[in-house]
Write a protein that binds this ligand. Structure first.
Ligand code: BGC
Length: 335
């Protein structure tokens, strides 16, 4: 295991975390994952996340490629919330709503890095009022990569009550060819999702999905109903739903690349995961690869989306104990 600086260009540092013949690269810009390189069933190393060739390219337009998302992952309906009787107005960056921390969320901030043994520690101070949120929020994201386990630990402390729900927006294609995830197989340990309106804003209802086309509690191929174009699949243009986890400490999700045999298991202490089937991917180019619709899957572990406006959802408000959370993406080969 080793962590080392491998590139420093135009204000962005790139670190490599190596374990055996696998490695992960993380950059200070957006605390982003640049690469996850792991062996497939033939021993060939595949990079299983979308991304650009060079770290500086992430400064251009892109759909949050593999970035840390904050202060609040997912959507906040109407771009506002109330804390202690005071209404806070956030910038709207998707219709009238606030998505993934706003116009300049954590995906667009440069973190400060230190190496501590096997851990790459990235820190960022989000000042009071940034993107409309109250409180100075000191954020730490720690990455480690040991024996195929990419662990991300989050810590955030604010000097005033504020909302915080951090995640990582990695886009996975476990075949490493960035073509399509329709034949990837998926399991999610969940029997319910949060219902959404036609702007994908959770409206407070919980939907029982047992036995429906949204149910992945028995592993199956993602493409089976992906193009049905009815119900919520029509609203979201595919899967883009918040699954409420039946978390028993084991893997909450598992994905298998059909060509590569690469398996990814997800472990988390968060109550939910957003399963997004890359419906809005639009042909962004990395070298010779084109990232088209459904060429990647995101599994963003998170708190209940829009919880700041829905009192029946577990809160994302943090007090003096701050925000602490851990998610591990664990890579192996199919048996
Ligand atoms: C959301 C999608 C969105 C994507 C990129 C996902 O977390 O659920 O609706 O298009 O992020 O912004």
């Amino acid at each position: 295991m080793s962590v080392k600086l491998v590139d420093n260009c135009d204000g962005i540092e790139l670190y490599r975390l190596e374990s055996g013949n696998s490695y992960v690269e993380i950059m200070t810009y957006g605390a982003r994952i640049h690469k996850i390189c792991v062996p497939d069933k033939n021993g060939v190393i595949q990079d299983v996340v979308l991304g650009f060739e060079n770290p500086t390219e992430y400064r251009g337009p892109n759909p949050y490629f593999n970035a840390c998302i904050g202060r609040v992952a997912n959507r906040i309906g109407g771009s506002s919330f109330v804390i202690d009787g005071q209404r806070y107005i956030l910038p709207a960056n998707e219709r009238k709503n606030h998505l993934h921390g706003g116009i300049e969320g954590f995906d667009r901030k440069t973190f400060t890095a230190t190496i501590d043994g096997d851990i790459l520690r990235l820190k960022y101070l989000s000042v009071d009022g940034e993107e409309g949120y109250p409180g100075n929020l000191q954020v730490t994201v720690e990455y480690s990569f040991v024996d195929g386990n990419l662990k991300i630990a989050y810590f955030a402390y604010s000097d005033r009550p504020t909302h915080c729900s951090l995640t990582n927006h990695a886009y996975f294609n476990l075949n490493g060819d960035y073509k399509s995830i329709v034949n990837h197989r998926l399991f999610i340990k969940s029997h319910s999702i949060t219902n959404i309106d036609n702007e994908l804003i959770p409206n407070g209802e919980i939907l029982d999905i047992k036995g429906t086309k949204y149910d992945f509690s028995c592993m199956r191929v993602i493409g089976e109903h992906l193009f049905d174009n009815d119900g919520l699949l029509q609203v979201a243009g595919g899967y883009d739903f918040n699954y409420i986890l039946d978390n028993d400490g084991g893997a909450v999700a598992e994905v298998i690349g059909d060509k590569s045999g690469i398996v990814m298991r997800v472990y988390t202490d968060r109550p939910c995961v957003q399963f997004y089937s890359g419906n809005f991917l639009d042909g962004t180019v990395k070298g010779k690869a084109v990232f088209n619709r459904n060429c990647a899957i995101a599994l963003e572990t998170q708190g209940y989306p829009n919880a700041c406006n829905i009192p029946s959802f577990p809160t994302t408000l943090i007090g003096k104990d701050g925000f602490k959370s851990e998610t591990t993406y664990s890579f192996s080969i199919i048996d």
